[in-house]
Ligand binder design. Structure first.
Ligand SMILES: Cc1cc2nc3c(=O)[nH]c(=O)nc-3n(C[C@H](O)[C@H](O)[C@H](O)COP(=O)(O)OP(=O)(O)OC[C@H]3O[C@@H](n4cnc5c(N)ncnc54)[C@H](O)[C@@H]3O)c2cc1C
Length: 435
């Protein structure tokens, strides 16, 4: 997967100062070794350190320069599948547990921001808009279901005519307004988690790609003999290992690589807009995500740029012209921005699963994985890290609620999944274009 794109992002240009950490050199020990310094790894590190564990984080590149420092910044309520779909697939009790965890995830992000005093342009509200008239009824029914069956009053249905007074586009036909959802500067949020973890004694090493690990644990014994993790210039011996690599996992752990598919998604940020224009585009300063298969998502930044995500690819390269690639999606929603300058354009790699639900597993008893958030990772990866910390500390209930979700691998496993996936994705993109 391409690693480029971070430096071209609006987030890199508006980041709070970022501490640098040395590469790992020599042999060290820890209670827990974490691979990957995005939300999953940083949240796991912070929560483990708060419980008194000695933690080492190994990051192949730089802290939060994976998806966690590049994303759309929308902290969504709920999961990728609707509650009605989850009830059908998993039963109502499991579906309700997952719903409660999704609310806990959003609340955890808000609490961490408040508790750690993280300055990350936090704003309230997400509109989930219907891209086709045929999507409206489904949204209205799901809203009523959340209100009635779950007693949830943080969502309301917005009919088309009201929506047209909220957004400066007639592209959408109705919406769900999630008032408790938030949006934020994702990189500054991650850097805040990093600072809090370091303050509690977490040791972080950058430019320290994990090449391989070996596990002394054997299923017959109750205690782990330890895991040895190897980087180019050093090694860590630890009692437990956390894989927090998500879309950048590559071939590091073949047992789980085929459960996720890395995909690239792209974002632009315009020049700062004058207050009147910004207000006419998104009246209430909420974030917006639509119901297209390849979702368009947009919001205003702290300095009033329109940040617009749209378009994805499934190759090992980013498009040569990312501004042009995203701009055509932007102009379909806001043609009035045809003459507005685009100041930043970048891409990132996320991981999806086949059922679009996160993939949590415990391998070998002392090796934990949380990945495949399928575009809902700000809240769910933050929660995933905390649930791993809870599980390592003897309270596995939350982690196990996710780990019980059955997740099929992609057809073709790790080697042959691309052709089938690309064909499937292109089919659904085509359906987006047909009304
Ligand atoms: C363009 C884009 C838009 C998105 N928009 C949203 C959104 O609006 N809302 C939302 O909730 N989610 C969104 N997402 C998804 C969200 O960003 C991710 O789900 C989340 O950041 C995952 O966090 P993570 O810590 O698991 O992974 P990452 O942040 O990707 O971190 C994984 C880290 O592991 C490291 N790593 C990998 N292999 C190794 C190795 N062998 N050794 C050492 N380190 C290694 C990588 O370098 C990387 O830093 C978006 C993603 C993208 C790309």
């Amino acid at each position: 997967m391409p690693a480029s794109g971070f430096d071209a992002s609006y987030y890199a240009a508006s980041a709070h100062s970022q501490p640098r950490f040395p590469p790992l050199q020599g042999a060290i020990q820890a209670d827990v070794c974490i691979i990957g310094a995005g939300y999953t790894g940083l949240s796991a590190a912070l929560h483990l350190a708060e419980k008194g564990h000695q933690v080492v984080v190994l990051e192949a590149a730089k802290v939060a320069q994976g998806a966690s420092g590049r994303n759309g910044g929308q902290v969504c309520v709920g999961l990728n599948l609707s509650q009605s779909e989850l009830e059908q697939q998993l039963g109502s009790e499991h579906a309700r547990q997952l719903w409660n965890l999704s609310l806990e995830a959003v609340q955890l992000v808000k609490d961490l921001i408040a508790r750690q005093h993280i300055d990350c342009d936090l704003k309230q509200g997400i509109l989930h808009t219907a891209f086709k008239p045929s999507h409206v009824g489904r949204m209205q029914r799901e809203t009523e279901h959340l209100q009635q069956a779950y007693g949830y009053d943080g969502v309301r249905f917005v009919p088309g005519d009201e929506l047209h007074s909220m957004l400066g586009t007639d592209r959408y036909h109705g919406a769900q307004l999630f008032g408790e959802a938030v949006h934020l500067h994702p990189l500054n949020y991650a850097l805040g988690l990093c600072a809090a973890a370091v303050q509690r004694g977490v040791r972080i090493f950058e430019d320290s790609r994990v090449l391989e690990y070996s596990n002394g644990y054997s299923p017959g014994s109750q205690t782990a003999d330890g895991i040895r993790v190897q980087t180019p210039q050093g090694s860590v011996r630890a009692g437990a290992l956390v894989l927090a690599c998500n879309g950048y996992l590559g071939k590091l752990e073949p047992r789980i690589a085929g459960k996720i598919m890395p995909i690239n998604n792209f974002i632009v940020a315009t020049e700062p807009l004058d207050a009147g224009l910004a207000h006419s585009l998104i009246r209430d300063d909420v974030a917006v995500a639509d119901s297209k298969f390849v979702v368009n998502y947009f919001r205003l930044t702290g300095d009033r740029r329109l940040l617009f995500g749209g378009g994805e690819n499934y190759s090992s390269r980013f498009p040569a012209d990312i501004p042009g690639f995203v701009r055509r999606h932007l102009l379909q929603v806001y043609p009035q921005l045809a003459n507005t300058r685009i100041d930043y354009a970048w891409g990132g790699t996320l991981a999806i699963t086949r059922n679009r639900m996160p993939f949590f597993r415990r391998l070998d008893n002392n090796l934990y994985v949380a990945q495949g958030y399928s575009g809902h990772g700000i809240a769910l990866a933050t929660l995933g890290g905390k649930l791993i910390s809870d599980a390592i500390s003897g309270s596995p209930q939350g982690f196990d609620t996710f780990a019980r979700i059955p997740t099929a691998g992609f057809p073709g496993g790790t080697l042959l999944r691309w052709p089938a996936l690309v064909a499937g994705m292109l089919y659904y993109q085509l359906r987006d274009r047909l009304s």
